[in-house]
Design a protein around this ligand. Structure first.
Ligand code: HEC
Length: 146
């Protein structure tokens, strides 16, 4: 009888597997049927969300392409050191710390930011910044100390 019990268990397992497979096949089909019946509603939703979807895409492009402005570069890159004065960097907005540096002239500050100076890494460590982007970040950073 032990063998019988075993085989009836196997049959039950097979039955359950088949049932699960059938459900997995039938449920998507029936959902598709409903979707087809209400496809007009689906289109209406697409039309309604379209402006938002397009805005999101446009916003994303604006954030990732084209030159980034000095303020956002400062926030994302330079503030890592300059917000706190880490590594002995002149702290943003600290007039006394910046006065002797500003006295060197903008060109020297641009060169330091582009090429690096002591613990100040070239381009603040963000090698992907263009020269103009680094300069606009210098303008923003030095502007905070004026
Ligand atoms: C890893 C830390 C760090 C980051 C990030 C950083 N700096 Fe600096 N920065 C320094 C340090 C340290 C100095 C002081 C260097 C010195 O005079 O020895 C400095 C100095 C400067 C100076 C003055 C240079 C001079 O000649 O007196 C400028 C301008 C400057 N940083 C701009 C930037 C800009 C713009 C960014 C972002 C793109 C940036 N820094 C990111 C650490 C950093």
């Amino acid at each position: 009888m032990a063998g019988n019990t075993h085989s009836s268990k196997s049959i039950m397992v097979v039955t359950i597997v088949i049932a699960v497979v059938l459900i997995a096949l039938i449920v998507p089909l029936s959902l598709k049927g409903k979707g087809a019946a209400g496809s007009g509603a689906d289109e209406a939703v697409e039309v309604r969300i379209a402006p938002v979807a397009q805005l999101t895409i446009a916003g994303h492009e604006a954030a990732t392409s084209g030159p980034r402005d000095g303020a956002s570069i400062y926030k994302n890159v330079c503030s890592a050191c300059h917000a706190s004065g880490a590594l002995g960097s002149p702290k943003a907005g600290d007039k006394a710390a910046w006065a002797p540096r500003l006295a060197q002239g903008k060109a020297a500050l641009y060169t330091s930011a582009l090429k690096g100076k002591n613990s100040m890494p070239a381009r603040g460590g963000a090698a992907d910044l263009s020269d103009d982007e680094v300069k606009s970040a210098v303008d923003y950073l030095t502007g905070l100390a004026k």
